[in-house]
Design a protein around this ligand. Sequence first.
Ligand code: GTP
Ligand code: MG
Length: 593
Amino acid sequence: MMATMEGLPSCPTVFSRSSQRPYLRVKHILRFSRRRCQHGGGRSSVSRMPRRRGMLRNDMGTASTEQSELAAATAKRRTFAIISHPDAGKTTLTEKLLLYSGLIRTAGMVRGRKGGKTAASDWMGMEQERGISITASAMQFPYKHAVINLLDTPGHQDFSEDTYRTLTAADSAIMVIDAAKGVEAQTRKLFAVCRMRRIPVLTFVNKMDLPGRPPLDLMTEVEQALSIHASAVNWPIGSGSDFAGIVTRDDHRVALFSKTAHGGATKVDVQTMDLADLSTSGRVLPDVMGQVEHDLELLAIAGNPFTRDAFLEGDVTPVFFGSALTNFGVESFLDAFVDLAPSPTSRLADGDDGSELAIDPIDRPFSAYVFKLQANMNPKHRDSTAFLRVCSGRFERDMVVKHQRLGREVRLSRPHSLVAQERSTVEEAFPGDIIGIINPGLFAIGDTISVTGGFAFKPLPQFQPEIFARIRPTDVGKRKAFDKGMEQMAQEGTVQILRSLNDLESLVAAVGRLQFDVLQYRLRHEYRVETVLDLLSYTCSAWLEGDPATFKTPSASMIVKDQRGRVVVLFQDVVMKNIGRERNPGHVLKDMG
Ligand SMILES: Nc1nc2c(ncn2[C@@H]2O[C@H](COP(=O)(O)OP(=O)(O)OP(=O)(O)O)[C@@H](O)[C@H]2O)c(=O)[nH]1
Ligand SMILES: [Mg+2]
């Protein structure tokens, strides 16, 4: 295969760790680029040039064709994040959505059996060892008439900053609820973020194959705990070992499932029938049948009506029941999801002149922002990837765009779409798409790029750190690799690096202890550096507005600065922080940066 100037293959190529992975279908969205390779035998110099809006057009007809292509592609996009408390089944559901999309042929487990297959989105070694998600993961796949961009997020609160940033890239969210546990603490917090950002939420009640709480109780809890109307789209037939299927409420069609071997690694067999025929089929016990009929009657009288507008407004959440592990209810959920979920709409940005702008996905030329950085995703490519969410216009490979923070132009020459850590080179992308760009150190989290320049999307939140430490390599000879690893981890937001005001001392800071475990694990595995970490006694912090020289520090506190040079005060505990506030009425202590 011919190599281009940058050392890249000339045809769109899929990079993969295991050549067996049947991810190739992702390329159907790349039809345009593949045709060019087949017929042209490589990229011509003309095709390398970005088709700038207005530049290469020779008549209004072309302009409107491009515009309507863009509008059609945007209308197809469904970009969503899966959120919940740890262990509710987000990664398992993600894996099953990939299975039903055809992107993978057999689904892996969150915690792979020895030598067995693991879930695609939990790609990091530590995730596979511990069976938890540590970092948000992006995947793109076509399904029916839609192109789906799915973001699997970690549930653990120590990684909530990553989850919050990832949520900003989504147009809707799927909230997964464990049928036995109901609405848990972390789910409440994440739901509150969705509400604040006006992201509509669909609810998937998972683990119906295990003994759980009555579905009506769960519906009530969703309504009360989250102050939202809940409207069941389907209803479970039995639960635990009796969970046999679901019935769709509007047409009373029943889907009965047969258990598959290998714990749901392959699609489940479905038999459909009318509810009226279910009792005579002998497939469900009479008392299960009686309960379903009773619940449906009750819902018909007292249940919330569902309208798509109310869902998009965040007034109601459609509720689905199923079991991600056994695949029960996953396909009908995905079908309903592509119909209900919104496609991308305008996003707010701050203009250079201080005005607030709504960036329309179709009317504006290409713009995007970086919501995540991740290094060393694929051992074959020891590099850093910037995850971009396309907000407007058509993206084309090799485009030259304005980098708002740096105030300069950059060429986007190595874009790829993602299936967890695997990459497929992309030629074009549309609003809603998540693409990866190799980051040669140009991008930081929150950066805006656009064809026109002149605005920045709203800044991403940074949480106040609550745990602090000093860290050093055990072997002083590894200092260089250590510094490189630390710089990368800090850029990604894995941890924050704080320095004393005179720059002589540096500390690491995080929102939760697990972030330090990830830091040490990644330094060991990705940079071959063993480290010693000494925890410090500070437990909270705040960004300081005002002159640090006149700030009267309470005892056992410390003034430092963060990576962006902003002043941060570290306190031993909340009492000291409050004393700091009281003693310094002329200063402001901010909890979110
Ligand atoms: N019985 C049963 N187990 C399930 C189901 N869905 C997930 N699990 C199991 O629940 C555990 C947690 O599942 P995950 O998919 O990792 O949960 P998660 O929400 O991604 O967890 P974090 O990413 O760590 O927050 C795993 O052992 C899964 O096999 C289900 O429908 N039924
Ligand atoms: Mg997970």
